[in-house]
Design a protein around this ligand. Structure first.
Ligand code: AMP
Ligand code: FE
Ligand code: FE
Ligand code: ZN
Length: 292
């Protein structure tokens, strides 16, 4: 069993340049160390390619790195994000599903860019790809970065408030597994599944409690209650639901570097909750040295 310093600061949700964060995995981990964080999970959207760099940086900086993936899901058109900690990154079914999601993300961005270009926006798919790291999971944030570079918006958020909003005529959804199947896949790959920002209404529509109950039947371990996109009512709703369903309560920053105002460690998870999460994982061994 992994035993953690009871005073450790634990941040279980961050992004790097392997998806829509703006800093490489090693930089995210070094910044976590500077911020006094003892345990950080790297959870890029739909990829595990950043794990090795993050882990190596964690060993040097004295931070325990928990490898994770934020799996994109869709429930009847509603976007759901599922955090998967320590799944086997070679699990065939999981690899196949993540590859399909990334492929669909690419084609939907191509359509979004084409629609915008047809309306006179100075954007092209090739420029979009050139601006991201090779192999990164592409998303609307990269298109936002291109629009910022073209001087059309001052920052990502302004683009999201306008042409990139899910209510915009340019918006196109992408295919993704439903969250119950994704939970089953993560558990079958030896991972621990935690639903990210479940009731973050400001991001768009959110699912009803019964979907969370179905995910729980499929093996969901926790709910990310403490997240900046949850207001006080959403936090109390999520906390009460976690209590009713016997789910663990996590909290995290959802750090994206300069892509969002979220600061490392702004929301955290109790070390004893992390211990319970780690006990349920069998897909990947924790590599780094345990801090404390
Ligand atoms: P996508 O998955 O391509 O539909 O884009 C959603 C991603 O955009 C999420 O992972 C968020 O991290 C990011 N995002 C959503 N809203 C904003 C915003 N207002 N500013 C910056 N990034 C955002
Ligand atoms: Fe993101
Ligand atoms: Fe998310
Ligand atoms: Zn995230």
């Amino acid at each position: 069993m992994v035993s953690l310093d009871p005073g450790a600061v634990v941040d279980l949700h961050t992004h790097s340049t392997h998806s829509d964060g703006t800093e490489p995995p090693g930089t995210v981990v070094r910044r976590a160390a500077e911020a006094g964080i003892g345990v950080v999970a790297l959870t890029d959207h739909d990829v595990a390619t950043g794990w090795a760099e993050a882990d190596a940086a964690g060993r040097v900086a004295g931070v325990l790195v928990v490898p994770g993936i934020e799996v994109s899901c869709s429930w009847r058109g509603i976007s759901v994000h599922l955090l998967a900690y320590l799944p086997d990154p070679r699990d065939e079914a999981l690899v196949e599903e993540l590859a399909a999601s990334r492929g669909s993300r690419d084609s939907r961005l191509r359509v979004m860019v084409e629609r915008m270009a047809a309306d006179g926006y100075p954007v092209s798919y090739d420029e979009l790809v050139a601006l991201a790291e090779e192999g990164a999971t592409l998303g609307r944030p990269h298109l936002a970065d291109l629009l910022v570079r073209r001087g059309i918006f001052p920052h990502r958020d302004a683009a999201f408030q306008d042409v990139l909003s899910s209510r915009s005529p340019y918006y196109v959804t992408h295919a993704a597994p439903d969250p119950v199947r994704a939970t089953e896949l993560v558990v079958a790959a030896g991972g621990v599944a935690v639903m990210a920002h479940p009731f973050a209404g400001r991001r768009g529509r959110t699912v009803e409690d019964d979907v969370v109950a179905q995910m729980t039947d499929a093996g969901l371990a926790g709910l990310e209650v403490d997240h900046r996109d949850h207001g006080p009512e959403e936090r109390s709703h999520a906390a009460a639901l976690a209590g009713r369903l016997g789910l663990l309560r996590t909290g995290s920053s959802d750090y994206h570097g300069a892509g969002k105002p979220n600061r490392l460690g702004e929301n955290t998870t109790a070390p004893e909750v992390l211990e319970q999460l780690l006990e349920r994982a069998s897909g990947t061994a924790l590599l780094g040295a345990v801090s404390g």
